[in-house]
Design a protein around this ligand. Structure first.
Ligand code: NAP
Length: 329
């Protein structure tokens, strides 16, 4: 039975990946931080096959212990301070967790897995936010980085150190440059989920309006369930490499709002949306669109859920949750 250790198990991707690896027959270990992490119970209830291990990406000894305990064949480093807006207000924490955390995890793998660490395969969750103020469109594995947030800067370090450890120590280490991916498990702080939840609550009469930042930014949005398959495929190849994972389509935030409201039967969505500059970022990323040709050709990866289906999945899920919370169904 192959063994996998996932950092960020309580996050959106950690949950999808745990579910996916379970269907592939893996023994799954998940790193949880904090002394009484409220999300640990959710993971134990929904995914009883996951063994939780205590640890924090800012604490190398805890990572070494976690890798020693799990004895993994594969490590998926998904843990991060991942909310771009928060990275501006807590930049040092972001650099420590999202950037240096990758270095610590790689070292834990090397220390436990032998000097080269190449017994254990390593996946790093890199991000399209590294492209930031894009130098070319669409973005590929060869597009230069120009991050526009402390989060993007930390991810560039995480990406570069993963490539450096692969080249220096012959590790099987891959970096997946994933474009935005969403779904019903997305955190409520992220714009897509904020919109799907608001559309559901407005439809149910539980909320009057939604306050947004910019509506013009364009993103390449896919479904998280599709993207975790790409992570796994990267670790099943003969040679480690880096891959862009994206749909190749881009949509504005306004388009996402329009579709979400249409899903609940509201066509005049502008009447419910207010904009407040407090939600603008100090430096914006205007347009992201990925070219995943390499992942398609080398990994045989294809996204299955398209944009309209993704929005529908999220809104329908929030309708169920909000109606149940309000005792309406
Ligand atoms: P998420 O839902 O925000 O989950 C982040 C995870 O990191 C949570 O489990 C969180 O634990 C954990 N974490 C935070 N600080 C930690 C620390 N100090 N030590 C250990 N764990 C810590 O993120 P996601 O959407 O699943 O994304 C997974 C990864 O992919 C992240 O690295 C993200 O930056 C990257 N990524 C995501 C996207 C996307 O569109 N979703 C795109 C590209 C890259 P708690 O729950 O306990 O806080």
């Amino acid at each position: 039975m192959p063994r996998a250790l996932i950092t960020g198990i309580t996050g959106q991707d950690g949950q999808h990946l745990a579910e996916f690896l379970n269907t592939k027959g893996y023994e799954v270990f998940g790193l949880v931080k904090g002394q009484a992490n409220p999300k640990a119970e959710l993971i134990q209830n929904e995914f009883p096959f996951v063994e939780l291990v205590s640890g924090d990406l800012t604490d190398l000894p805890s990572l070494i212990k976690a890798v020693e305990h799990a004895q993994p064949d594969e490590v998926y480093n998904l843990g991060a301070v991942s909310f771009v807006a928060m990275s501006f207000t807590q930049a040092e924490l972001t650099a420590n967790v999202t950037g240096l955390g990758v270095l610590r995890m790689l070292d834990a793998v090397r220390i436990v897995g032998g000097h080269s660490g190449n017994r254990i395969r390593f996946y790093q969750a890199s991000s399209s936010e590294m492209f930031g103020k894009v130098r070319e469109t669409p973005q590929t594995e060869l597009t230069p980085f120009h991050p526009r947030s402390p989060y993007g800067c930390a991810k560039v370090f995480g990406h570069d150190i993963t490539v450096n450890y692969r080249e220096s120590y012959d590790m099987y280490a891959c970096s997946g440059i994933l474009f935005n991916h969403e779904g019903p498990r997305r955190g409520l702080e992220f714009v897509t989920r904020k919109v799907s939840q608001a559309a559901a609550r407005i439809k149910l009469g539980l909320q009057d309006s939604i306050v947004m930042g910019t509506l013009d930014s364009k993103r390449d949005w896919g479904y998280a369930g599709d993207y975790v398959k790409a992570m796994w495929l990267m670790l099943q190849q003969d040679e480690p490499d880096d891959y862009v994972v994206a749909t190749g389509e881009t949509h504005s935030v306004a388009e996402f709002v329009e579709r979400a409201f249409a899903e609940v039967g509201i066509s005049n969505w502008q009447d419910y949306v207010q904009q407040d500059p407090k939600f603008y970022r100090p430096a914006e990323v205007d347009l992201l669109i990925g070219d995943a040709t390499k992942a398609r050709e080398k990994l045989g990866w294809e996204p299955e859920v398209d944009f309209p289906t993704l929005v529908r999945l999220m809104v329908q899920n929030d309708l169920r949750i909000e109606a149940a919370k309000a005792g309406l169904r």
